[in-house]
Design a protein around this ligand. Structure first.
Ligand code: 13P
Length: 252
């Protein structure tokens, strides 16, 4: 049985004031969400503050990125050990905005995945195809390549301590959600692809969907057999909407 995981990726949004308000809304409602792991991923400068604001609740903390290095002369970077030091449980690696906007490649992302685990964090590995890749029929190849970058370098068993987020790039921030059938097809492919190497790892792996998930479409997406949660951008910035997605996962 895979416990659903609903994670809010706040991206580069918020202020001390808006984050305090959001956390207060989440604290008031999170107990009503059922057996669902609720996670928030603030910009790194707010992690300490969100750790304090979420203390005593079941809300887990994630970072949005980390360095592949452990320490040293890497100006502007943050090591996994530092994120762990401030209470993070998860860290997102390979988000499409890092792959496609910041130019991070599969190899660096695989190293970040491993650096996260070495620091005691659970990586949330984001994968997903661009619109032109979907239109040219290579969605599965792209997802397989992005997963295999980790498997080929570090083995299949490392996936047992991770979450995978399938985020079709064309659905991110566009309001164009994948249909439940489109998403399920790719999620099933991802699980099968991993199952060919290790059935137990595949069966236990939580695979989130991300891309314009909101309070209105969450239940249909989350009711698909291989969709085990969501990685939510815009709708995670409003406590009411984020909690509604959590409840949709809890009511399945
Ligand atoms: P939206 O929910 O805003 O489409 O963003 C999805 C995402 O990129 C989460 O990581």
């Amino acid at each position: 049985m895979r416990q659903p995981i609903i994670a809010g990726n706040w991206k580069m949004n918020g202020s001390r004031k808006s984050i305090a308000d959001l956390m207060s809304g989440l604290k008031n409602g999170v107990a009503e969400v059922g057996d669902v792991e609720m996670v928030v991923s603030p910009p790194s400068i707010y992690i300490a503050e969100v750790a304090a604001l979420s203390s005593g609740t079941s809300i887990a903390l994630s970072a949005q990125d980390l360095s592949d290095a452990t320490s040293g002369p890497y100006t502007g970077e943050i090591a996994g050990s530092m994120l762990k030091d401030f209470g993070c449980k998860y860290v997102i690696v390979g988000h499409s905005e890092r792959r496609n906007v910041r130019g991070e490649g599969d190899d660096l992302i695989a190293d970040k995945f491993k650096a996260a685990q070495d620091a005691g964090l659970t990586p949330i590995l984001c994968i997903g195809e661009l619109l032109e890749e979907r239109e040219s029929g290579v969605t599965e190849e792209v997802c397989a390549r992005q997963i295999d970058a980790v498997i080929n370098k570090y083995g299949t068993s490392v996936l047992s301590n991770s979450v995978v987020a399938y985020e079709p790039v064309w659905a991110i921030g566009t309001g164009k959600t994948a249909t439940p059938e489109q998403a399920q097809k790719v999620h099933a492919f991802i699980r099968d692809h991993i199952a060919k190497k290790d059935q137990t790892v595949a069966d236990g792996l939580r695979i989130q969907y991300g891309g314009s998930m909101n309070a209105g479409n969450a239940a249909d997406l989350l009711s698909q057999p291989d969709i085990d949660g969501g990685l939510i951008g815009g709708a995670s910035l409003k406590a009411e909407d984020f909690l509604a997605i959590g409840k949709a996962a809890g009511n399945l």
